[in-house]
Write a protein that binds this ligand. Structure first.
Ligand code: PLP
Length: 398
């Protein structure tokens, strides 16, 4: 019997597959260096865990309102005001099962079958599949390293059709680590207003920016017109080391928030009640844990980039935020490792794990097949070991 064509068209996440492969090899006792997983290696801060334990002890273990407990939605609204200069009533906030679910909700709320969504490449691999899940059509726009992988007005104009419904903005970016400037954001906002389309703004890595002269700006803060058409997506996974708790949220105009809330009420109901209390503690409690983790990521960013710069035939831009190094490996093509010719980033990634036990993500599924992505959300010692091995690998190429 035929199964859902939509479901059969969805590719499983290749980054999760790489992490699973690395874990499997590790379990076999191999000394694997994992640059695959996009997850902070820090533990969730204690005061957040304590809040969850207290929630259990208090019997806070029942259904809550589908869109989340009012205290948490209010805490998110307060955070958006304080950090981003945005005014949202708590009714405009919906708490979801991680940023990923928040993105699914956003697209389910705005897309009809066949609506197009412009996605600049390289992009986080789930975007295109989430758009497909919601019945939309991803329209991929290639950006260039010369332009810091930022989309240009001409590229946007070329991608636009009458079916365009939305644009995906991510800053800081996974996989490039680049942070959008005020000029980039103004151009995108003007374009969205002129063409009457939505902007889905993914701000998951907002707290992880490493240079004094770079600042996170929410596109929704650029004026009422863009505020009304932005669906802001954020969460606590990356900034508070809470990936496993599965908490994200959307902030949007009241009409969209209502749709998202109804969708969620039938699909998942509320997210885990205990995780909601933990997130409340994360947002309302001391923020020095975030600053400390950011400092550590900055050290790692500096170290990994310095190492990469010294390795021949590969090149990258210095990441400004998030925790990824996005490396162009095309100069390696045509060279051989132990007689095996390398003609793609996927070939290189396969050899790196097989010969050097280093797991990296080849970026075909991110829309840039000549690149690999290294997550530096791991200790300096591990980064050193991994970069030593990559250097050795490149030096052994013939
Ligand atoms: N957005 C981006 C750019 C991400 O990299 C990720 C996770 O890797 C997410 C959203 C989803 O985050 P969560 O783990 O909260 O679902």
């Amino acid at each position: 019997m035929e199964l859902s064509r939509r479901a059969e068209g969805i590719k499983p996440s290749s980054t999760l597959a790489i992490s699973a492969k690395a874990s499997e090899l590790k379990a076999q006792g191999l000394d694997i260096v994992g640059f695959g997983v996009g997850e902070p290696d820090f533990d969730t801060p204690d005061h957040i865990k304590e809040a969850a334990i207290q929630a259990i002890k208090d019997g806070f273990t029942k259904y809550t309102a589908a869109a989340g407990i009012p205290e948490l939605r209010k805490a998110v609204a307060k955070k958006l005001k304080k950090d981003n200069g945005l005014d949202y009533d708590f009714s405009q906030i919906v708490i979801s099962n991680g940023g990923k679910h928040a993105l699914v909700n956003a697209f389910m709320a705005i897309l009809n079958d066949g609506d197009e969504v412009i996605i600049p490449a390289p992009y986080w691999l789930s975007y295109s599949e989430i758009v497909n899940i919601a019945g939309g059509v991803p329209v991929i726009v290639n950006t260039s390293k010369e332009n810091n992988y930022m989309v240009t007005k001409d590229e946007l104009e070329a991608a636009y059709t009458e079916k365009t419904k939305a644009f995906i903005l991510v800053s800081p970016s996974n996989p490039t680590g680049m942070v959008s400037s005020m000029d980039d954001l103004k151009m995108i906002a003007d374009f969205a207003i002129e063409k009457d389309i939505f902007v889905v703004a993914d701000e998951m890595y907002e707290k992880l920016i490493y240079d004094e002269d770079k600042k996170h700006i929410s596109i929704a803060s650029l004026g009422k017109d863009i505020y009304d058409r932005t669906i802001l997506v954020n969460g606590v996974s990356k900034s508070y080391a809470m990936t496993g708790w599965r908490v994200g949220y959307t902030a949007s105009n009241p009409k969209i928030a209502k749709l998202i809330s109804s969708l969620q009420s039938h699909m998942t109901s509320n997210i885990n009640s205990i995780a909601q209390k933990a997130t409340l503690a994360a947002l309302e409690g001391p923020q020095d844990c975030v600053v400390e983790m950011c400092k550590e990521f900055k050290k790692r960013r500096d170290y990994i980039f310095e190492r990469e710069e010294k390795i021949p035939f590969i090149s990258a831009l210095k990441p400004e935020g998030a925790f990824y190094l996005f490396i162009d490996v095309s100069e390696i093509y045509g060279k051989k490792y132990e007689g095996v010719e390398i003609n793609s980033a996927a070939d290189m990634a396969a050899l790196l794990i097989e010969k050097k036990f280093v797991a990296v993500v080849p970026c075909a599924d991110f829309g840039m097949p000549d690149h690999i992505r290294l997550s530096y959300a791991t200790s300096i010692e591990t980064i050193k070991k991994g970069m030593d091995r990559i250097e050795e690998f490149v030096n052994e190429l013939k």
